[in-house]
Design a protein around this ligand. Structure first.
Ligand SMILES: C[S@@+](CC[C@H](N)C(=O)[O-])C[C@H]1O[C@@H](n2cnc3c(N)ncnc32)[C@H](O)[C@@H]1O
Length: 120
């Protein structure tokens, strides 16, 4: 499974996903966090399954991914929903920490985490 973390921060989600067996890719625009997460991944020997790119996720085509994880901010959720709707396959999973997408109903919720599938 190919999973993207949009705004991967210190890489903890990408690392956890790779440890669970996913092919995980993080996109992070803060250079310090990018370098820090890259070092952690190398140290853990996870570089085959975990990758981080110093890039805005807005500039990334997300169509190759089976699932997307995001811990965004309320003001980006509508724009992000439009991007995901355009680029992801209908069976792709979207996991959002804290923030809801304005026009989608979650198919599952675990605490603050909401799980969506574009096709419902
Ligand atoms: C709330 S943190 C989440 C970090 C990590 N995903 C986690 O859950 O621990 C959000 C991260 O998104 C990054 N970010 C914000 N806008 C971004 C963008 N357009 N492209 C890439 N990263 C972005 C921030 O620098 C920050 O590290």
């Amino acid at each position: 499974m190919r999973v993207a973390d949009l705004g991967s921060g210190d890489g903890r989600i990408v690392i956890a996903l790779a440890m669970a067996g996913a092919n995980a890719v993080g996109f992070e625009n803060n250079p310090v966090l990018f370098v820090w997460s890259w070092i952690k991944i190398r140290r853990l020997g996870l570089n085959q399954r975990a990758k981080i790119y110093w890039r805005s996720f807005w500039r990334q085509d997300l169509s190759p991914f089976d699932a997307v994880v995001v811990f965004g901010m309320s003001h980006i959720m509508l724009r992000l929903q439009r991007k995901l709707n355009k680029e992801l396959r209908p069976d792709a999973l979207i996991i959002s920490n804290v923030f809801k997408f304005p026009n989608w109903q979650p198919v599952g919720e675990v605490g603050m985490i909401k799980i969506y599938r574009i096709g419902g």
